[in-house]
Design a protein around this ligand. Sequence first.
Ligand code: TYC
Length: 110
Amino acid sequence: MSGKDSDDGGGRDGDAAVVTKTRTRTQRPPLYKVLLLNDDYTPMEFVVHVLERFFGMSHAQAFELMLVVHKRGVAVVGVFSFEIAETKVAQVMDFARRHQHPLQCTMEKE
Ligand code: TYC
């Protein structure tokens, strides 16, 4: 026996399909927490105003979160993409500095 008759039946055919699964992972953009820090000098009403103005909170929400920062020392005030978080931090720091308050705002990767 030879040629097309020589297949012993024990292996794969030469033209058998090879199926390769490619797992597609959906990439989520990294998120960043914006943190507000307590201090002894910034007036409570100023912090409330910052939260309303830059984080779109209602007066009630802003007051509640300001008290959390006041009591606990720090709180997450929002979670954003890198560029938005960076902008919020810069806006808060600039606004506080212009009003000569020592309010600190930072960001960290979630
Ligand atoms: N601790 C400040 C006060 O007693 C109020 C305050 C709250 C300051 C939150 C900063 O992020 C802050 N006047």
